[in-house]
Ligand binder design. Structure first.
Ligand code: F0G
Length: 400
């Protein structure tokens, strides 16, 4: 395997199997390889294969992800691409645990096993923890998750516990939980599988590759992604750089990363041409992205710059209106995912996105992840068990 860990700033190299998440200079690490060797034909042929490893929308691209024999896979990926009203939606909520996190987790958990880890941990707003818990259960590893107390959506917390993880509800926000898990992993020798772990990024790249494959390798004009801890934005930038470098696509789509306006440190930096990094105290109904100090900031800046991308912000009202629209299409998603459509609306109004451009929104989480966000706005009509009550409720008269 020609892969190595490389610092994104000073480019110092480390062996691929060294347990470390940052360089000696403090910056993040990235998995880099000299050449990929296979390309579109191989990936397309695998799509028709019945082997589990080829069926996985992650391991189908294994030479460009992590080329090892023993993998922990559900399988994952293979999500649908919908077209509605001229916009494409890649629904990553269709992954085994209902979010895109499974694509990163299958790779991080495969690496955890290779490294002989006995326990794995993450800080999470809920989706990473559910994914970690499921993959750790499959791998036979102890799962420990650090979650912001009282701030995780019901579906995610229930899943995490059901799969058997130990959940530590930290009295503090996600950013506090993130700081604590890093310290705990260092001190207690636990393998950290947040997106600061470069193997998570390798798996999440395949969201972009699979959607390019769905589009028969014709690059769209825009790929739109919700932005929280900025792992996905980073992964998308790397995926596009590698796909373009390998000649799988002949032009680079632009990335649009969308934040909630109450959790917008990346947007603030973008507005100042990334002159400085911001940290905010985050608040938004989209609890998945209630993050004020994203760990993958530097990588994400690189992704936006390299793709001539943009960062936009949307209010809770705007993202919830977009969620109702996506739900009413019969597709549905959790609130954070709907920042994408809300962002598209705003970027079209401001003229950044133009008519006729092909846009792919990545829906990151399943509609059932956050039932409370739905039930605040709608309810069923309670009736007596009589036909009169049905008629009255439906305000329909009997057929003449
Ligand atoms: N959408 C959903 C549904 C998420 O769960 C997350 C992140 C994001 C978007 C943002 O992605 O962090 O890569 O910028 N969820 C993490 C978690 C923080 O713990 O589940 P990002």
């Amino acid at each position: 395997m020609n892969a190595r860990l490389q610092c994104i700033a000073c480019e110092k190299n480390f062996p691929i199997d060294e347990i470390r998440y940052t360089c000696d200079c403090g910056n993040l690490l990235s998995v880099e390889r000299d050449a990929i060797g296979v390309g579109r034909d191989v990936f397309d042929a695998r799509r028709a294969s019945r082997k589990l490893i080829d069926q996985s929308g992650v391991w189908r691209f294994r030479e460009a992800v992590l080329d090892v024999a023993d993998i922990v896979t559900h399988p994952e990926g293979g999500t649908r691409l919908y077209e509605r009203g001229g916009i494409f939606f890649k629904h990553e909520g269709e992954n085994p645990t209902g979010s895109f996190k499974d694509r990163g987790m299958t790779v991080a958990m495969t690496q955890a096993k290779r490294l002989g880890a006995r326990a794995v941990a993450c800080a999470s707003t809920g989706n990473t923890s559910a994914s970690l818990a499921a993959y750790a259960a499959q791998a036979g590893l102890r799962a420990i998750v650090f979650i912001p107390s009282g701030k995780v959506a019901a579906g995610k917390l229930a899943q995490t516990l059901a799969y058997g993880a130990t959940a530590l509800a930290v009295r503090g926000d996600f950013d506090a939980a993130m700081r604590l898990v890093r310290e705990a992993c260092d001190r207690l020798g636990i393998y950290l599988v947040n997106s600061i772990n470069p193997f998570r990024i390798e798996g999440q790249k395949t969201i972009v590759w699979e959607l390019l494959q769905d589009l028969e390798w014709s690059a769209p004009d825009w790929i739109v992604v919700p932005a929280g801890n900025l792992g996905n934005t980073s992964a998308f930038g790397k995926a596009l750089r590698e796909a373009h470098g390998a000649g799988w696509i002949d032009r680079l789509p632009r990335l649009a990363a969308i934040q909630a306006s109450g959790a917008n440190p990346f947007f603030r930096s973008f507005r100042e041409a990334f002159a400085q990094r911001h940290r905010v105290s985050a608040e938004t109904i989209a609890s998945a992205i209630r993050i004020g100090d994203p760990v993958s900031y530097e990588k994400a800046v690189g992704a936006i710059r390299a793709t001539n991308g943009v960062v936009e912000q949307v209010t809770d009202e705007e993202l919830m209106a977009a969620k109702r629209e996506i739900d009413a299409m019969g597709i549905g998603c959790e609130p954070a995912s709907a920042t994408t459509l809300a962002g598209v609306r705003k970027l079209k109004t401001s003229g950044v996105m133009r008519d006729g451009e092909q846009i792919v929104c990545v829906l990151t989480g399943h509609i059932l992840k956050d039932p409370d966000a739905i039930l605040k706005g709608v309810g069923s009509i309670e009736i007596e068990p009589t036909i009169e009550a049905v008629e009255k409720a439906l305000t329909m008269s009997p057929r003449a």
